[in-house]
Design a protein around this ligand. Structure first.
Ligand code: UD1
Length: 369
């Protein structure tokens, strides 16, 4: 079996690594394609190094642009690659523009070359159509042949949209495979020590959603809350390029003065920072899941989450909406009071470090050759 595995942006790399490894272990051919949606050393290369990812067999080099430009460039560059490589499967992960672009191309070439599309992390829904990722998720699921879900709560979402039940397979969370593999290395890194903060005594923050950082009032509310929290404990903020640009454009740089602002960090460094944080404040999807498995309290800076299992079976809580400095502060206090989960705490089903094995089994059993 031959599978072309697509990665484009930072949150994809930790999901494709265990799938490629699983394919290799089971003696199948896994071919890595990087669309180049993320291209910085810190947003891309650092992840290849940390995760031991192979050089991509194909690099489309699409770079930044508007949504239409990015999606169109990936589609145009992907089509000839797919025609040439003729895999049995195109495996896409997550919800970024590259995910949707490659899925559309493969779905339309299917009658000619016979490839099927598998979507890993299928069925998550925020029901917020202002999020580009929600559009990407729904459309990707609609035209994929095999929907591999990270949690069982994704199944009713897909069934309600008319997806036939026999296309849906529960596999668990592949991102946690990578977390489990990298945790011993991360524990030895002591990132907090390197940044001059004490283990267990700082807040870790990530912020990049357009709804938070492209809007002046929202960005101000979050940064004001963080400045206030910084008087209680150090706040570490690895800053996303989109956020950095907007802080400068809105002339809000002075609100960062009291924070430990660092460049985006590599994967293992981020796991080290998350594992040793007193709590996490974030608008990322992945960090809600990672903090749940690590037992670290998390405050999500969004109106809703497409990962509700982290609220019901994990350490996550939503900041009151609409975001305000006061609301974020009170959610911070509540999360801090809740404390870290004890060692051996339960985690959601299938978040066990073996999801990629189940992905590979599903691909094999649904393969048409
Ligand atoms: C993308 C994904 C989002 C994911 C996030 C993680 C979509 C629609 N969004 O959002 O789901 O959570 O990645 O990071 O696919 N930039 C750099 N260097 C890079 C990459 C981007 O400087 O390596 C700059 C770009 O020029 C752009 C900004 O960062 O101005 C945003 O990049 P973009 O890929 O458009 O979206 P993200 O906000 O990163």
């Amino acid at each position: 079996m031959k599978a072309l595995v697509v990665a484009g942006a930072r949150p994809n790399f930790m999901k494709v690594a265990p799938i490629l490894h699983g394919l290799d272990t089971a003696s199948h051919e896994g071919i890595l394609l990087h669309t180049g949606q993320h291209y910085d050393a810190q947003m891309s290369d650092a992840f290849f190094r940390d995760l031991g990812l192979p050089e991509p067999a194909f690099h489309l080099g699409v770079g930044s642009g508007t949504h239409a430009q990015q999606t169109a460039r990936v589609m145009e560059a992907f089509e000839p690659v797919l025609v040439k490589s003729k895999p049995n499967w195109v495996v896409v992960v997550g919800d970024v523009n590259s995910t949707l672009a490659c899925t559309l191309v493969a779905a339309k070439l299917k009658p000619d070359i016979g490839c099927q599309v598998a979507h890993v992390e299928a069925g998550l829904r925020s029901r917020d159509w202002r999020m580009p990722e929600e559009i990407n998720r729904v459309l990707t699921d609609r035209v994929s042949d095999l929907l591999l879900t990270p949690s069982r709560d994704a199944h009713p979402n897909l069934l309600a949209e008319g997806v036939p039940a026999d296309r849906i397979v529960f596999v668990g969370n592949v991102m946690i495979d990578t977390l489990v593999t990298q945790l011993p290395k991360a524990r030895q890194l002591d990132m907090p020590g390197r940044l001059g903060v004490r283990r267990g005594e700082y807040a870790l923050v990530t912020l990049h959603r357009p709804s938070n950082v492209d809007d002046r009032a929202a960005l101000r509310a979050v940064l004001e809350a963080l400045a206030q929290i910084a008087s209680r404990m150090p706040v570490v903020l690895p800053i996303h390029p989109r956020t950095r640009k907007n802080v400068e454009a809105f002339r809000m740089a002075s609100l960062l003065d009291r924070l430990h602002v660092v460049e985006p960090v590599g994967y293992t460094e981020m796991v080290s920072l998350t594992n040793d944080a007193a709590l996490v404040l974030t608008d990322s999807g992945g960090l809600q899941e990672e903090s749940t498995v690590l037992g670290v309290p998390c405050v999500t800076l969004r109106e809703q989450t497409e990962r509700p299992i982290t609220l019901t079976e994990g350490t996550n809580r939503m900041a009151p909406w609409p975001l305000s400095a006061e609301g974020i502060r009170s959610a911070f206090e509540a999360a801090l009071d809740s404390g870290r989960s004890p060692a051996g705490h339960p985690v959601p089903e299938g978040w066990d470090g073996r999801a990629a094995e189940r992905v590979v089994s599903a691909l094999v059993s649904r393969s048409t050759i």
